[in-house]
Design a protein around this ligand. Sequence first.
Ligand code: GLU
Length: 220
Amino acid sequence: MCGIVGYIGPREAPSIVLNGLRRLEYRGYDSAGMAVLQDGKLVLRRSVGKIQRLAELLEAQPVQGHVSIGHTRWATHGSVTEANTHPHTDCKEQIVVIHNGIVENYRELKDELLAEGHAFRSQTDTEVIVHLVEKYRDESGDLVSAVRAALQRLKGPSAVVVLSALDPDRVVAARLGNAGGVVIGYGDKEMFVASDMPAILEHTQTMSFLESREMAVITE
Ligand code: GLU
């Protein structure tokens, strides 16, 4: 149950998210990754090991954007590999999900999604979430109701953050049970989300905390 950090606002998001992840290092983790909305597309940077390796990757292959979500993983399902590092993407690479916790019924959900033609790239339980969001978003055309419908299918504790290139003005976060918290931080025309206060405390002291089964839609 590791770290989550997200940002939406006028500033360059990747460095804010990276610094936030560093402030969550105390929680322990085995890999780290980030998705950034750059020129309307989701760009991923992921690496196994220390956050410093993700920082070096970002230095070698910079990415820019004003919306980003990042994650430190403590593997529960699937080995510690780059393919299993969050964020995870849907089939069309238009939606990304980061997740703390465990999808206890992921096997049934994965079988259902495979039968419907979804292609999986990781061994994680988490990946079912992004394909469920994809499925429901395809059906409804609406990200928020798609996330709600997806989360209603999950069993077990989860903290989830979703970003979609089709809905670039928002980040959706939710909490089911206790997989670490979900904190929303309020800035001046900018917003933050994190699994714990230290990640965003340097930016804002105005925060709210999601209860279990609450969802937040954050915009600038
Ligand atoms: N169960 C997920 C995985 O193994 C998330 C683990 C976590 O909370 O970091 O990838």
